[in-house]
Design a protein around this ligand. Structure first.
Ligand SMILES: Nc1nc2c(ncn2[C@@H]2O[C@H](COP(=O)(O)OP(=O)(O)OP(=O)(O)O)[C@@H](O)[C@H]2O)c(=O)[nH]1
Ligand SMILES: [Mg+2]
Length: 262
């Protein structure tokens, strides 16, 4: 039974994976040995967290990133949307909400939404188990979308290889936002809604804050990108920035370390 389920997931079986993910979401204790077995087969996927305030455009950006990595880079893509309030499962509604066009979804794209309300083990435990399932399925790159609220940013950053923080101009006190932790944990900062006033100055401010931090020359310096997710402007550059960060992690040996730790 159990090895059958493991084998199916390793073969990329969507139904078997969906069932296991539902059990992870419900914190069903019976599945821990399946998860542990899968762990021995996983560890090759590159993982990317996308955090930011509600409505900052994370899902719209993800729609473009899925297309970029699937179409331009021919990679198998997984997407996990952590929804703090509601429970959604599969289907067109999920795709709609994730703002991913159906023509961009083929057998190489697997999307799941997780409701995190009431998780006892916390966001990072369940989300990282779901990442593991998608990794075992053979996905090359896995995105985790989560609404950022200080701690959630930090939680997500702890389970992914690259952390993207999404900000938008005109949300009031920019310095407050930065103190909230995005600058601390993000490898790439996106100023989305670049069509709005103040995007350029927010980018400049972020760059100044980053420059003020003391860093060794070999360390990764977070990049700040302007995007307009509604049109897709800047999103290919975002895809390329993710690959640059991946290359940095690979060359410095950090990627190996992160994956071993997991
Ligand atoms: N003007 C403008 N609107 C945008 C841009 N990107 C996204 N939006 C709009 O912002 C709204 C929220 O976009 P989503 O992608 O759902 O944002 P989100 O961060 O995923 O939202 P939650 O998942 O609810 O936290 C939608 O109405 C988008 O059309 C942009 O670059 N410019
Ligand atoms: Mg969203």
């Amino acid at each position: 039974m159990e090895s059958d389920q493991v084998q199916k997931i390793l073969n990329g079986d969507v139904l078997a994976a969906a069932k296991l993910i539902r059990d992870i979401e419900n914190e069903n204790p019976d599945i821990s040995s399946v998860v542990e077995t899968l762990r021995t087969h996983a560890g090759t996927a590159f993982t990317v967290g996308v955090t930011g305030a509600a409505g900052s455009g994370k899902s719209t950006l993800l729609g473009h990133l899925v297309r970029y990595f699937r179409k331009n880079r021919n990679m198998a893509v997984g997407v996990i949307a952590v929804d703090p309030s509601s429970s959604l499962t599969g289907g067109a509604f999920l795709g709609d909400r994730l703002r991913i066009q159906s023509e961009d979804v083929d057998e190489g794209v697997f999307i799941r939404s997780l409701a995190s309300r009431g998780w006892k083990g916390g966001l990072s435990k369940s989300a990282s188990d779901v990442v593991l399932v998608m990794d075992a399925m053979g996905k090359d790159i896995i995105f985790v979308e989560a609404v950022g609220s200080g701690q959630a940013d930090v939680d997500i950053a702890g389970i992914v290889d690259t952390c993207i923080g999404v900000l938008v101009p005109g949300m009031g006190d920019d310095i407050q936002l930065m103190k909230a932790g995005i600058v601390e944990v993000a490898d790439i900062i996106v100023v989305n809604k670049a069509d709005r006033e103040g995007a350029g100055s927010l980018k400049a401010l972020l760059e100044a804050v980053i420059d003020m931090k003391e860093q060794s020359p070999a360390a990764w310096k977070p990049s700040v990108l302007l995007t307009q997710a509604t049109t897709g402007k800047g999103t290919e550059e975002l895809g390329e920035a993710i690959l640059s960060h991946k290359e940095h992690l690979t060359k410095s040996g950090e990627l190996d370390k992160k994956h071993k730790k997991r």
